[in-house]
Design a protein around this ligand. Sequence first.
Ligand code: LLP
Length: 426
Amino acid sequence: MTLPGSPYLAYKGADLYMDDVSLRDLVRQHGSPLYVYSRRAMLAALAPYQRALQGRSHLICYAVKANSNLAVLQTFAQAGCGFDIVSAGELARVLAAGGEPGKVVFSGVGKTRAEMRLAIETGVRCFNVESTAELEVLSEVASELGQRARVSLRVNPDVDAGTHPYISTGLKGNKFGVAHELAVNTYKRAAALPGIDVVGIDCHIGSQITEVAPYLDALDRVLDLVEAIEAAGVSIHHLDLGGGLGITYTDETPPGADELIAQLLTKIDARGHGHRELVFEPGRSLVGNAGVLLTEVMYLKPGEKKNFCIVDAAMNDLMRPALYEAFMGIVNTQQRGNDAAVETWDVVGPVCESGDWLGRDRQLNVQAGDVLAVLSAGAYGMTMASNYNTRGRAAELMVDGRQVWEVREREAVADLFKLEKLLPGA
Ligand code: LLP
């Protein structure tokens, strides 16, 4: 069986390893549930982006929202990456992890004035602005500081990325971006504002995209706009093509980042835009298959209609199945070898909701006390975790070869209500 995440995730004998570390051993030492990431796998996922862009003026801005652990950010900062952020909180993380503010792009439809101020003062590279209203506020904030904010407009190319509606962002009905037909006028408005410097154009059409075609369509639309905007007298320096490249959760076959970028470059060159700086904002494709969520099997509850495998991780630890009905691979970290004992299980957590499941109808050979690995959990796993049911969030580990670092402690119960107060006593 080829696991998503291999070769960094593979069975050695009966035991599942990440790099050179037995995952079952990690749970024995650090408890469950537990997120584990491979630094090597992250850097290996970055390599095709870097290779494909070699010799071009470019910046790879890792999308912090995919996995914002400081050690993950540090890994990418040390590899030369910039960052795509969507809040002052993410900016603070980037700085704490040693990221350079001059390599940060600030995305999102609802930046506050306070966030704008902080980002300008910190010296971020560019704001990806999504509306005229935001542009005007940003100009005001920058002017108050006696500065000009560098801006790209995020344009909505109105292409279908062919992905889940919740993670598709480049269609007309989405809240994102400036509508294609309004883009030229919005650029003219931007160029006339005292606190704004137009530097680029931006688009991001969705997430978990598994084909090249929607990117090429979006690129054509963006290049049409660049030509129209420059004809209107506003010059564009960089093209930011967003993130969104998908990964293999089960049987998806997304293009490699190098293949995707090669095709984009061919079009960019053919249309005479090869001199422009290129920015990408990958998230999932850099970290998704570099991480697993480990969870111990607590109870087996065979039933008439369904067999339930009750584990100690839940929808609060990993929202993707509950929120998007997302499929995430689940394997036993210890292969039991006896195929006759394989049964069909719904893998569910302890949270009091029927939506609390991690996997449905999974063929597993499993016993209480086993440790299951939920695969491809490096992206949008821990960052979307919550404390629902007053459950502390999992610990996170980073491995590299034989080395293991705890990069986030398990949350203690006392942490969960330390900001709360009782009413004054009667
Ligand atoms: N840039 C912008 C402006 C974005 O909104 C996103 C993701 C990215 C870059 C990174 O996209 P990626 O390369 O990771 O696809 N929680 C969902 C995914 C939400 C994506 C939101 N935006 C999930 O678990 O599938």
